[in-house]
Ligand binder design. Sequence first.
Ligand SMILES: C[S@@+](CC[C@H](N)C(=O)[O-])C[C@H]1O[C@@H](n2cnc3c(N)ncnc32)[C@H](O)[C@@H]1O
Length: 234
Amino acid sequence: MVLPSGVRERVAAVHGGSELPERLRLYDGWAARYEQDVAALEYRAPHLAAAALAFAFPAPPAGARLLDVACGTGLVARELHSRGFRCLHGVDGSAGMLERARRTELYQELRECVLGREPLPVPAEHYDAVTVVGALGEGQVPVTVLPELLRVTKPGGFLCLTTRSNPSNLRYKQELEAELGRLERCGAWHKLLAQEVERWERATSEEESTQGTGYISGVVYLYQKCPIPALEEG
Ligand SMILES: C[S@@+](CC[C@H](N)C(=O)[O-])C[C@H]1O[C@@H](n2cnc3c(N)ncnc32)[C@H](O)[C@@H]1O
């Protein structure tokens, strides 16, 4: 199936070599067409991440507070809302994406925050769950933010993260998995799930496609913060 006109170029632009501020401006410009484009790409990460969190919270307590980091236009909130989550907060580095998220009326709070440049604008141990979906990748949210995600999660709370396994993201994925493992060995959290998914989304080029399938693969990770973390920094 041929991708609609312009999708390939818009995806290539945000995954291209530009610096973070320029990428966030590209997201501002993409915001209006983002949901239409990712639907054409059969992007399933928000659905898969919400399903993984539902595994941790079979029945979310009414007051469970969740932070959707790099929330984009709100696709993760839509999935979580349909699974009973009602207290959703979001942050993102793109004002244009945040404006779309605001229009969903699914978030009680939305804040602009550029991860890797500034801390999350929230107190420590505030959230029952934290998600980062579709944004842990080369040139986007750096691996170094993991301790910051842990800081804002309550002891015993859950962190649901995703990344992609396409060739241009493999180096990042290796770094991410090394840091996930290091924090587990430090006693900061423990892994509940690492689900490899083959048809994560459609590839936008032959080189990125897994063995000519036309799709790229990805991973959903689910971690639980340890009650008394031994280490959250460094
Ligand atoms: C592919 S979209 C994913 C959005 C949403 N989570 C979803 O799954 O539809 C990536 C989002 O990450 C945001 N982003 C990328 N790098 C970021 C950073 N360093 N700090 C904050 N937001 C960032 C972008 O603005 C964009 O909204």
